[in-house]
Design a protein around this ligand. Structure first.
Ligand code: ATP
Ligand code: MG
Length: 390
């Protein structure tokens, strides 16, 4: 029955000139999201966005469209050539379907886009409602105050449309309306979820990954690339900065206490991420840290990590339980890739017994044994950059 989707989006940040930019971005993002299914006609009309369904299953298409940030709902609808009697017929067909699904009460809501039409919107509702009641008799009752379902009828300049249900979207804010963040992307479960959450609030994303090639494999970098690719479905193109930190890890291993190696390498990652972020005009860093999840994420560990940088660090998972993070990872589609077993740079050089309550003064003292500036600069000089697009 359905041949079109009506996309509803939030009004925040889409006033005036921004609206035009936002809608075009939204259209591009919807097309991108639908790429794995097929090529769709996505277009703007009368201040709304539509997706033509062609012969595709509407459920399958909605499932993808609703993931686009900034979309609050998607309605499957029927669109046809302008013809008022046909409109009534389609409304009846939709109502019959709703009755079959068990609906007990309804109301008609109409919109007259074609101002030359003889009936006003209100009159249309009365007329169509009356017709529907005469056809379905007492199989369903009218309830204008609190109807279980609404049959929405529109008569436009060139076409008619009927729809009823709204499938909720993920919400969020239009991409690129809130600056840019540099996300520390590992191959784990957490950082892709953290990245997604920040992007959902309208931040553009760049990613930085630290590896210890040749101690970590090519494959482990492939995995991060795959994760970035899944994320780019939501966030648009992602610039991925890949940093080799083998020399840093060796220097730490030679000069610092074994139990401090993780926390000190983490501080190096943050410093490097900040340098790259500033060069790329990013406003914040993002990590997938969560209080107490591992030894380096105790409050003392987080304090030491945090103290290595001045940019704001966003940790959207900070108070989330692992099981909730996993559910979200499954929902956004990164989980399957994240759990592929690959060596991470942290696991390669990780101490047997890491400190769980590092003291900042002690860590800073240990770092005086290192030529921090040179190590950072050498790592930055060898960064490789890739553009990842879905
Ligand atoms: P994740 O699942 O995101 O890897 P985790 O639970 O394994 O997180 P840690 O390994 O302690 O936790 O890492 C904490 C955070 O530090 C990560 O969420 C990520 O933001 C950042 N991070 C860790 N390792 C790397 C890496 N190799 N490259 C980039 N960022 C990293
Ligand atoms: Mg990790």
């Amino acid at each position: 029955m359905y041949n079109v989707l009506i996309v509803k989006y939030g009004e925040i940040g889409v006033k005036g000139k921004n609206r035009y930019i936002f809608e075009n971005k939204l259209i591009k993002n919807i097309k991108n999201m639908l790429k794995p299914i097929g090529t769709f006609k996505v277009y703007k009309e009368y201040g709304r966005i539509y997706v033509d369904l062609e012969d595709y299953e509407y459920e399958e298409v909605i499932e993808e469209v609703k993931k686009v940030f900034g979309i609050v709902g998607v309605c499957p609808g029927v669109r046809a050539e302008k013809d008022y009697d046909k409109l009534k017929e389609l409304a009846l067909k939709m109502l019959e379907e709703k009755i079959e699904e068990g609906a007990k009460s309804f109301k008609v809501e109409s919109r007259r886009g074609d101002k030359s039409f003889r009936l006003t919107s209100q009159e249309m509702s009365l007329d169509i409602g009356g017709y529907l009641v005469s056809q379905v008799k007492d199989r369903i009752k009218v309830d204008v105050r609190n109807p279980e379902i609404k049959i929405k009828c529109e008569l436009r300049e060139s076409h008619i449309m009927v729809y009823s249900d709204t499938v909720p979207g993920y919400g969020g804010l239009p991409l690129g309306t809130n600056g840019k963040a540099m996300s520390l992307l590992s191959g784990g479960i957490d950082s892709p979820v953290a990245t997604w959450m920040v992007a959902k609030r309208g931040m553009e994303i760049e990613a930085i990954h630290f590896h210890s090639y040749p101690f970590t494999s090519e494959k482990s970098q492939e995995k991060v690339r795959d994760l970035a690719k899944i994320l780019s479905k939501y966030c648009g193109r992602i610039k991925l900065h890949k940093v080799n930190i083998v020399e840093i890890q060796k220097a730490i291993g030679l000069n610092c206490r074994e139990e401090e190696t993780t926390i000190i390498s983490r501080r190096f990652m943050m410093r490097i991420a900040q340098r790259v972020a500033e060069k790329r005009f990013c406003d914040a860093l993002v990590t997938g840290e969560s209080i107490g999840q591992v030894a380096s994420q105790t409050i003392q560990g987080l304090t030491c990590t945090n103290a290595s940088v001045t940019l704001p660090v966003f940790r959207p998972l900070i108070a989330m339980d692992k099981s909730d993070i996993v559910s979200l990872a499954e929902k956004i589609g990164t989980f399957e890739t994240s759990i592929i077993p690959e060596e991470d740079c942290c696991s390669v050089f990780s101490p047997k017994k890491p400190v769980t309550k590092p003291r900042l003064e002690r860590i800073e003292k240990s770092e005086t044994e290192l030529d921090v500036e040179k190590l950072i600069q050498d790592a930055i000089d060898n960064i490789e950059v890739e553009d990842i697009e879905f």
